[in-house]
Design a protein around this ligand. Structure first.
Ligand code: B16
Ligand code: MG
Length: 219
């Protein structure tokens, strides 16, 4: 039986994915790396350094920068990202998500955050959702990023559940792969054409309710 929900943050609870995209595409342009939908989708869910590596590799520039220079580039991206984060308010929670969290609380489901982002606590606080998520996996403790299942296994562990008792929500293909490899039920948020590996997909966050999830699980 399902007893808990493991949430990705960026692109599931709020549209910070758009801010990551803006900040990374600006850096890519500066580095002379061509931006594409494929690169944009591939970056979703990757850690900051893995994201930078993917951008550099895409442009054939993986050997052009020292570790120190890469750190600087990553910091530059994060500084710009944080400028966007400053503007976030509770009105930026995706439609229906707050209602869904309340429904989960009322029905006694456990929940945790499995976000690759080191900025997740800041974003949760801007959204005034900190009280909903007592349990957040610290990405600094991970040995491998998404698509590795580690973060999703830990997110189940911190709420005292086995992965099989959890549904994982993700907007990224790397995240869906991780949830599946962790043996959780994968719920994709976004386009079914992109999230082909997910057990179920919701294009609109308003549709994410316990009743709709149960209906999809039984179909
Ligand atoms: P930061 P998620 C991920 O968050 C984002 O999808 C990804 O674009 C970002 O690079 C990553 O967090 C790291 O974020 O630079 O803030 O540590 O989707 O796993 O919630
Ligand atoms: Mg995401």
């Amino acid at each position: 039986d399902i007893k808990g929900f493991v949430f990705d943050l960026d692109g599931v609870i709020t549209d910070t994915a758009q801010f990551h995209t803006k900040a990374w595409s600006k850096l890519a342009q500066q580095l002379g790396v061509e931006w594409s939908d494929e690169l944009q989708n591939g970056l979703k869910g990757l850690s900051r350094m893995d994201s930078l590596e993917l951008i550099l590799t895409t442009g054939g520039k993986e050997n052009d920068y020292s570790a120190t220079e890469k750190e600087k580039l990553a910091t530059q991206k994060n500084d710009l990202y944080l400028q966007f984060v400053k503007t976030i308010t509770p009105a930026d929670i995706f439609p229906g998500i707050k209602e869904f969290l309340d429904e989960l609380n009322q029905q006694g489901y456990l929940m945790s955050i499995a976000s690759a982002s080191k900025n997740a606590p800041t974003v949760l606080s801007k959204l005034e959702l900190t009280d909903y998520f007592e349990h957040v996996v610290d990405p600094n403790t991970l040995t491998k990023g998404k698509p590795d299942p580690e973060i999703f296994i830990k997110a189940a562990e911190i709420i005292g559940l086995k992965p099989e008792q959890c549904i994982g929500l993700e907007d990224a293909t790397a995240g869906i792969s991780g949830i599946n490899a962790a043996n959780e039920v994968s719920l994709g948020v976004g386009s079914p054409a992109i999230l082909t590996e997910a057990d179920m997909v919701f294009e609109d966050t308003k549709e994410i309710t316990l009743a709709n999830i149960k209906a999809k699980m039984n179909s």
